[in-house]
Design a protein around this ligand. Structure first.
Ligand SMILES: Cc1cc2nc3c(=O)[nH]c(=O)nc-3n(C[C@H](O)[C@H](O)[C@H](O)COP(=O)(O)O)c2cc1C
Length: 372
């Protein structure tokens, strides 16, 4: 039978009502302790009511040293469990599913944000983040591995339907995987197996805490899009190894903030041929694994997504910026598959901070203000 975008699909034990995913998007809607505001719960409910099959939270910090932008969700302590459950209640009340994206910034943060020198696998500076990070000690690696596991347990106890490891966009897991940022000469650096070791330990720690049936996914970089960086063949090896360990789904993204034209959040998605810019990488990974693959990056038209599904590029399709502008985009597509997302990929949604109460679509708000 022909596959459709409105088919129910499984990620491990979790059933989703369709193939549309809200890709993790920092919202800036938490207080200084990483406690979600009502506004965040409302945003999630709106997307669930708007037809999104699976919502992945904005990056959720697992360790105080892993913080980056203000207003991000925190899962560093058990005290967060009750307030995190306000999010799961909001989404479940609307019939949706919610995964927490577990995150550590590694070197991609600043001393101003975390109050000390950022840490990373090696003393290699990241573009846009001034200062050379401190290379993590064995003890610090163990501590972060444990913090991923503990945060996953908290997410489960707060009623989340699964967790996703952030293994892309140049953050800590990606830093260990990439030969550009990981030049360690111990068991965590050098060969592919050694660069993978940190992620393997994180995965095992998470799995041990949440049990065998709880969905655990990863957002994996398919390429750093940098000369000398992690390439697709490395990513294929990581994806296959993760599958053999028991990962339940792989979302394929690419690039770091230093990747020029190949950054993760690209501008100018103004024609159909610019859509789905990570499709080649996702196709390659889909050919090699049997777990569901999600594609993210510049998806704007139902017809393009439908074609990618028909070509077996991915099983699920993730969007970020279009849902900031049109949280009900999936319901719109159900009625009118000819509609193209009105997101202009201007990236102004990246800018608003906690002061304004978190992300919003800037041109859309300006338009509404003019009309009022
Ligand atoms: C405002 C904003 C915040 C983002 N925050 C995250 C995040 O927390 N975690 C993550 O993995 N990706 C994050 N991204 C990247 C998106 O998930 C996605 O990979 C990227 O925007 C490309 O998809 P799109 O074209 O549908 O926007 C963010 C993107 C935007 C615009």
């Amino acid at each position: 039978m022909e596959k459709t975008l409105f088919d129910p699909v499984h990620i491990g034990s979790m059933e989703l009502c369709n193939r549309f995913v809200r890709s993790a998007t920092w919202e800036g809607m938490c207080d200084e302790h990483g406690r979600p505001t009502e506004r965040l719960a409302r945003l999630y409910r709106e997307m669930a009511e708007g037809g999104v099959g699976l919502i992945i939270t904005g990056y959720t910090v697992v360790h105080p040293r892993g913080r980056q932008m203000t207003g991000a969700i925190g899962a560093c302590s058990d005290k967060q469990i009750p307030v995190l459950s306000t999010l799961t209640e909001a989404v479940h009340g609307a019939g949706g599913k919610l995964m927490a994206q577990l995150f550590h910034a590694g070197a991609q943060t600043s001393a101003r944000t975390i109050g000390e020198s950022p840490v990373g696998p090696s003393e290699v500076e990241s573009p846009f983040y001034s200062g050379v990070p401190r290379s993590m000690t064995m003890g610090e690696i163990d501590e972060v591995v444990t913090s991923f596991g503990q945060s996953a347990r908290r997410a489960r106890e707060a009623g989340f339907d699964g967790v996703q490891l952030h293994g892309a966009h140049g953050y800590l897991i990606n830093q260990f995987l990439s030969p550009l940022t990981n030049v360690r000469i111990d068991k965590y650096g050098g060969s592919l197996n050694n660069r993978f070791r940190f992620l393997e330990e994180v995965y095992r720690s998470v799995r041990e805490q949440v049990g065998p049936d709880f969905p655990v996914a990863i957002k994996l970089t398919g390429s750093d899009n940098l000369v000398g960086g992690l390439q697709i063949e490395d990513a294929v090896f990581f994806a296959k190894t993760l599958e053999s360990l028991g990962i339940d789904a792989i979302e394929v993204s690419a690039g770091t903030s230093g990747s020029g034209e190949g950054v993760p959040v690209r501008k100018m998605i103004n024609s159909q041929d610019r859509e789905g810019y990570n499709a080649g990488l996702a196709r390659r990974i889909s050919e090699e694994v049997s777990v569901p693959v999600m594609l993210v990056g510049g998806l704007r038209s139902f017809s393009v997504i439908n074609k990618l599904l028909g070509e077996n590029v991915a099983d699920l399709f993730s969007l970020s910026r279009p849902f900031i502008r049109e949280p009900d985009l999936v319901n719109i597509w159900r009625e009118d598959p000819g509609h193209r997302s009105t997101c202009t990929s201007c990236n102004l949604c990246f800018r608003p901070g906690m002061r304004e109460g978190g992300i919003y679509c800037v041109p859309e708000k300006r338009k509404r203000q003019k009309e009022e």
